[in-house]
Design a protein around this ligand. Structure first.
Ligand code: FEO
Length: 386
């Protein structure tokens, strides 16, 4: 696949992976992207997961057509990209690896060598001439690891963006970009919004016509859409007005209460209501939905005198990913001693800029008139915030 006159795609699709990073379901697989820039000198942009090293080197050889690459640029050393660096260095003994000092330290950890005699250490603003093209390196710490560099090719107006602008899903499967890019962003990079904002500010000064990420498709049309979403996501702004109700239910009573709340919200004209069962649905999708919308209702059973495990796990994800700037409402159930709301509130108070709804809902088993009245009051209060 040709990206520009002298830039080619040589990445691979992974349909064998069960869980990306050991935790994210990837029903449509995963792509590990890699690119070759052909000039007087040849630069390869990143390697791929170790399980696909042979396929990648074969892709590379097909594009190189007998020439040998001069440089391997390693923008990110997480093993989904850095896993085949050592195989490349063995296959091309005259090649030089180009990376940040942080990346070389990680190579030493993974491969037992920092390639001291075969390397160029780069940092913010450094350039590498390939002949007619020149690569400029842009530090992008914590997008997603500290060693990350983006690379800009001013001749072709291409930004190589490491994990940024990536998504779940292999490239031989057609699917919506926004949904799987959002789930990827909030799961993988979401905690580091301030760092993403800094690198977006640097990118705004560049003339970019094509974005080449390390996952997902090459982006070359309507770049404002993707840049706009990254701006919204990294600033923790609301992308879509609406309410997410994340719940757990053991015998169906809390579920019935949640369904009633969803119905009441829709009756009051809530622009969008998303209901997710945290014990059965993908929690990464629930996390993405929580960041996407303005209001979050947490509804759960009291369990062992505290919070039901699936809800506890979800709140841990919210805290770990720097959830912030949202309204949170609480609903609890407990047959003899409801205690989940107090526990959830104590945890959610650790999030920045959270406003708790004044109305809360407590059930003591099944829905009754008292609980229905509390649900009506909560729907009324949330409706006032739409
Ligand atoms: Fe795609 Fe942070 O690795």
């Amino acid at each position: 696949m040709r990206i520009a006159d002298d830039i080619f795609y040589v990445g691979v699709n992974d349909h064998q992976l069960d869980l990306f990073e050991g935790q994210y379901i990837v029903p449509n697989g995963m792509a590990y992207n890699s690119y070759v820039i052909m000039d007087e000198k040849i630069a390869v942009m990143d390697s791929v997961d170790v399980h696909f090293g042979e396929e990648w080197i074969a892709n590379l050889a097909a594009v190189l057509d007998g020439r040998a690459p001069d440089y391997l640029v390693v923008q990110h050393m997480e093993p989904d990209h850095g896993g085949s660096v050592s195989a490349f260095m063995d296959a091309y003994p005259k090649a030089t690896v180009v990376a940040s000092v942080g990346a070389f330290n990680m190579m030493r950890n993974y491969f037992g060598t920092g390639y001291e005699d075969r390397r160029i250490v780069v940092k913010e603003g450094f350039t590498l001439s390939l002949g007619s093209k020149e690569l400029t390196f842009v530090a992008a710490p914590l997008v997603h690891w500290p060693e990350v560099m983006f690379t800009y090719d001013a001749t072709d107006k291409v930004l190589f963006s490491a994990d940024a602008f990536g998504k779940f899903g292999a490239l031989d499967v057609e699917e919506d970009w926004d949904c799987e890019a959002r789930r990827y962003y909030f799961g993988i990079v979401g905690k580091f919004g301030a760092n993403v904002q800094k690198v977006l500010a640097k990118a705004a000064k560049l003339d970019i016509q094509t974005i080449c990420p390390l996952h997902g498709p090459v982006l070359s049309e309507d770049l404002g859409h993707y840049l706009g979403l990254y701006q919204t996501w990294s600033a923790y702004e609301v992308e879509t007005p609406g309410v997410v109700i994340a719940y757990t239910s053991v015998y169906g009573h809390t579920k019935a209460a949640v369904e009633l709340l969803a119905q009441r919200l829709e009756e009051k004209g809530c622009p969008r209501v998303v209901v997710t069962d945290l014990a059965r649905d993908d929690q990464a999708e629930a996390l993405e939905d929580a960041f996407r919308h303005g209001h979050l209702v947490l509804a759960t059973t009291t369990y062992n005198g505290g919070i039901y495990p699936a809800m506890h796990s979800f709140i841990s994800h919210l805290l770990d990913h720097a959830f912030q700037r949202r309204t949170v409402a609480l609903m609890e159930n407990g047959s003899w001693m409801p205690a989940a709301a107090k526990g959830m509130r104590a945890l959610m108070e650790q999030c920045k800029d959270i406003e708790f709804a004044e109305s809360a809902v407590t059930l003591k088993g099944a829905l009754d008139d008292d609980a229905r009245a509390q649900i009506d009051a909560l729907a009324e209060e949330l409706a006032a915030r739409f």
